[in-house]
Design a protein around this ligand. Sequence first.
Ligand code: NAG
Ligand code: NAG
Ligand code: NAG
Ligand code: NAG
Ligand code: NAG
Ligand code: NAG
Length: 437
Amino acid sequence: MRTKTIICFVFLLSVFIIVKENKLISKVSDKLSPNPQPPPEADGHWIRFRQNGFNMTLSNPAEPLYEYSSQRLVNTTKSDKEYLPPPSKANGRKHVLLLATTRTGSSFVGEIFNQHGANMFYLFEPLWHVEHGLFKEDGRTNMTLLASSYLEVLRQLFLCDFSLLESFIKPPPQDHVTTSLFRRGSSQPLCEDPVCTPYDKKVFERFQCRNRRCGPLNFTLASQSCLQRQHRAIKSVRVRQLETLRPLVEDPRLDIKFIQLVRDPRAVLASRLVAFPFKYKNWKDGATDSEIPDDQEEEKKLIVNCDNIRMSAETGLKRPAWLHGRYMLVRYEDFALFPMQKAAEMYQFTGIPFTSEVKNWILKNTHASSKVNVIYSTKKNSSQQMDMWRVTFPFKLAQVVQKVCGSAMTMFGYKFVESEEMLRNLSISLIEERTFL
Ligand SMILES: *[C@@H]1O[C@H](CO)[C@@H](O)[C@H](O)[C@H]1NC(C)=O
Ligand SMILES: *[C@@H]1O[C@H](CO)[C@@H](O)[C@H](O)[C@H]1NC(C)=O
Ligand SMILES: *[C@@H]1O[C@H](CO)[C@@H](O)[C@H](O)[C@H]1NC(C)=O
Ligand SMILES: *[C@@H]1O[C@H](CO)[C@@H](O)[C@H](O)[C@H]1NC(C)=O
Ligand SMILES: *[C@@H]1O[C@H](CO)[C@@H](O)[C@H](O)[C@H]1NC(C)=O
Ligand SMILES: *[C@@H]1O[C@H](CO)[C@@H](O)[C@H](O)[C@H]1NC(C)=O
């Protein structure tokens, strides 16, 4: 009898969960249905974004009227025949996009721009909201839609317009104010005056500032602060293909530079095993018996990941005309070994002055002797930490990675290990000297 009751209860619970999930999914698809109602404050300035049927109307008070098609920028007040690319309007303003994948040390490297000072507007992983807004549990996330949404959100953010990003935030911001911007505290300008409004004890902030308490984030203030700062930088681990960002290069309002950060995929996997043990349960369990279970799902993910990184890097290193002078590849390991030199090179590449604030931050944070092991911690003795994964990482897993990520590893100059001894012997470097540019 009791078993029956329990079965009944579990059944009802799962029905409840399924109904809730469906509601969530339909809410997301409602949001993406064509022709959303324009927000009321738009006062005649409109950008219409139309790509592959994805039709979204956006307000952008900071910029004149444009219409975007997938590859070019059209002044809607002219007919197509009269179209001429408008002259560059970036006026010495630089836009930096730091591209990486998870566990490559991108939070750490991103700080190089976050710490720049009063002339830089830095945003940490704004695309998190886009990914979570469009993500489908059943694996049927529309990748085309995802990529074009990333592109348009990035374009707007570089122009200090948060409206499209706002449409992805849950719960939706009220009067352009939110308590839920993902890891707000990692974007310094969002925690400084005047964007840091007085703290309100009654409001629960999901993502808080690091060094002070601030009130909910007002995007109007954030946008004003962004417009006042000379340069803009965004870090993202979500863009899969550099090629999809080509329209940013062709947008005359932007002077964009891409920095792609890569890291030894064996170290990345080792780091993921520690950070997300449940995701890699099969591999982890198997790995302890030094027998790798045949986990095709994980292997497939690894292949896709490595392929994306390699393809983006190939695009960049081929130096196609459209990308010329706008792409730089940085290996995390080089940064960890010579942080000051690498940071200087990155700044030189972007054309932004390398400030004493950044230098001081590097001095303070790359010689910290305490071993901090917080998952997203950026404070560490970077050269010492760099090789730690080799102490415990199963040799068999290293072989799997070398098998599926071999061409990316060769391209970036990561040496294969041929034996467990070679993996464990830290006096053997696994990094070949390379310069990329
Ligand atoms: C994915 O999105 C694109 C762009 O909005 C659309 O053209 C395409 O039909 C969508 N594909 C699926 C399978 O829904
Ligand atoms: C896109 O939106 C505009 C303005 O709301 C509308 O005129 C047009 O028909 C829409 N296009 C599609 C394909 O839904
Ligand atoms: C768009 O075209 C109109 C009419 O030719 C012109 O007045 C306006 O300056 C143009 N805007 C831009 C940004 O080129
Ligand atoms: C957000 O900031 C703007 C600009 O200062 C202000 O006008 C607006 O009232 C603020 N919004 C809220 C909800 O406080
Ligand atoms: C950081 O690690 C390197 C390499 O192990 C070591 O030489 C250096 O002394 C360490 N620095 C500090 C402050 O612990
Ligand atoms: C580690 O490698 C170095 C350089 O190849 C070698 O001289 C040393 O004997 C090795 N150490 C061990 C413990 O195998």
